[in-house]
Design a protein around this ligand. Sequence first.
Ligand code: DX5
Ligand code: ZN
Length: 238
Amino acid sequence: MAKIKMSPSLLACDFLHLEDEVRKAEKAGADMLHCDVMDGVYVPNISFGFDIISKIGSITELPLDVHMMTVCPEKYLEVLKEAGASYVTVHSDYSDPDTVRNTVLKIRELGMKAGVSLKPKRAAEDVFGLAEITDMILVMTVEPGFGGQKFMADMMPKVRKIREFVDSHGLDCDIQVDGGIGTSTISQAAEAGANVFVVGTGAFRAEDMQAALRDLKKAAKAAFPKDSSAKKQTMRKK
Ligand code: DX5
Ligand code: ZN
């Protein structure tokens, strides 16, 4: 079975106490830390940049899962590597397909894991050609740009299609969902085949983050399709 992982999104944290918030996520059992970079161009909001990510990287061993909601992410790959990013995810439509492909290859060349993200309007098929060179496919379950939005259940057929594609091709590729993930939505996403869960509001704004992550992980494990690991034996080595 694909490993179920929780990636709390710092966008929902209390930035006045950033170090405390990172420690809270560590103690709560986070598997990685989701860092949303927004430039006010690709999405209508601005978040934080590489100096902040570097500061976070300097105080934690948790893998940094950087979600680039920007134009020209290729300009910042070296800087992200330097800042300690483990995953860099770019959007499938930030540029033409060749540029996106080259960026994905460059991320890996630099020794980081590469993700490709689909906005709600993008089809599953957009990433099929990249799946073999991608470590993670991110299906947005809200329009990117803001935390605290309502989960789009109509994205589940897309998650299912990508899970089928990944498993039937024996690919070692995580499927991540981002936006509106909480106790009432995580089971649907896991049942459709997602195994990495970004949780902003549901983690950092929970009364007890440790209990919240534990319950969410438990629900995801229970709902994730049991037969999805059948192809594990044939997984291609990258
Ligand atoms: C939205 C960001 C998300 C956001 C999720 O564009 O990509 O990572 O932090 O926040 P919640 O979990 O509150 O929907
Ligand atoms: Zn995100």
